[in-house]
Every structure is written in C-alpha cells, then in structure tokens.
Design a protein around this ligand. Structure first.
Ligand code: G3P
Length: 218
C-alpha cells in the first residue's frame, strides 16, 4: 500500500519524508491556501523536489477549456505531477483529454461508485473517494471503498484507488484490509500511526532499568 501525505506544508512534507514512508503527496486548493500567498507552481515544484513520487496539483477552473489549459500547465511543472480535477462533467472531459495526451489525472471529490467508474473509464490514473466527508453526513465512507475495490478487481481497471479525507488510523487500517492502493493522510494521522502508549511505557521502563544498574555499578 502506498502512503501519501495530504498537505501543502513543506515542513510537514519534509518531516514525513524523513520517516522513509512517503510515496507521494496530494494537495488541494484549500490546503495550498493554508500556506498563504505562495506561488502555486513554484510550491508544487519544491514539493516534487522533496518527494520522488506522484504529486497532485489541482485545477481551479470549472469549465473544460480552463481545466485543460491549467492541467497542461500543471503537468509541465514536473514529470511527477498528477493533475487533479473534480468529478464533474467538465472534469471528466478534462480527464479524458489530458490522459489521452499522456498526463496522469487524479479525479477528486468522489462520493459514489458510479462516479469512480466514470472517472476510471475516462482515463484517470487515480480516483479519490473522500471517506471522512461521507462519514460526516452519516454515510459509511468505508463501504464505498469496499465497493470500489470489488468493482475495480472485477474488471481489472488500471486506475488506482486513492483513499482521501482520511481522519484517523482506523480509516487507514480498514483501507489496507480492503486492498485499496493508496491512502493519503494529513500529518496528524501519520503521527498517530507511529504512536502507541505501550511503546512509550515500555521504552521508559527499559531506560529506568538500565539506569538503575548503571547507577549501582558506580
Ligand atoms: O484529500 C482530501 C482531503 O484533503 C479532504 O480532507 O478532511 O477536508 O475532508 P477533509
């Protein structure tokens, strides 16, 4: 399973990359906006220099022509850029056009299996179902992942399932058990994944025991 970080923060990306677990990065306009008034394309280029893997750069245009133009510009930033488009009619057209030109496309804001199938048929390299936001409205987000894994396996779609809007380590465990290809997580979830209270307690005890004996030796 590939681990991506869902952030535009260079500090968080550098820190997660130093753990040796990072396979890629996803950004979206909200995440980039959190970084202040940055030059978007320069920022994406810097991320591509930190992480050697797919880096999603989303378009903000809403009609086909603007998405195509922006998508082509984003794709030129670096070979690892995956152009992210929303799962709308125009987004689907842009996905088809860009992927026909050899550009990798990540279709985002997916909330149903038919949306994901449409994106896969239109040439998406990644589909991004948002599990947390489905949970937010009282729908089980993980059920969608189960459906997508089953459907994509049935028909050997090459499109990878990128589980997004992950809010906690349980989302990750379930995604991995179901066989999703990629999980993109905020830095807070990546940090939670490393921690266990028994590790901290055990580590403290090891150190205390060691120091007790060392103290006696003196
Ligand atoms: O990758 C999608 C993600 O950024 C959305 O997460 O927590 O805002 O639903 P969230």
């Amino acid at each position: 399973m590939k681990f991506f970080i869902d952030t535009a923060s260079l500090k968080e990306i550098r820190e997660a990359a130093s753990f040796g677990i990072l396979d890629g990065v996803t950004t979206n306009p909200s995440l980039v906006a959190k970084e202040g008034n940055v030059d978007f394309r320069e920022h994406i280029r810097t991320i591509c220099e930190i992480v050697n893997g797919p880096v999603s750069a989303e378009v903000v245009g809403q009609d086909f022509e603007s998405m195509l133009k922006e998508g082509r510009e984003n794709a030129r930033i670096h070979p690892n850029v995956y152009v992210k488009v929303p799962c709308t009619v125009d987004g689907l057209k842009a996905c088809h056009a860009l992927s026909s030109e050899g550009v990798h496309v990540n279709v985002t804001l997916i909330f149903s299996a038919p949306q994901a199938m449409m994106a896969a048929k239109a040439g998406a390299s990644f589909v991004s179902p948002f599990v947390g936001r489905l949970d937010d409205i009282g729908t089980d987000g993980m059920e969608l992942i189960q459906e997508l894994v089953e459907i994509f396996d049935n028909y050997d779609f090459d499109t990878e399932i990128l589980v997004a809007s992950i809010r906690n380590p349980l989302h990750l465990i379930e995604s991995a058990r179901m066989g999703a290809d990629i999980a993109t997580m905020p830095f807070s979830v990546i940090s939670q994944m490393i921690k266990h209270p028994l590790t901290d307690i055990g580590n403290k005890k090891f150190l205390e025991d060691w120091n007790t004996v060392q103290g006696k030796k003196k």
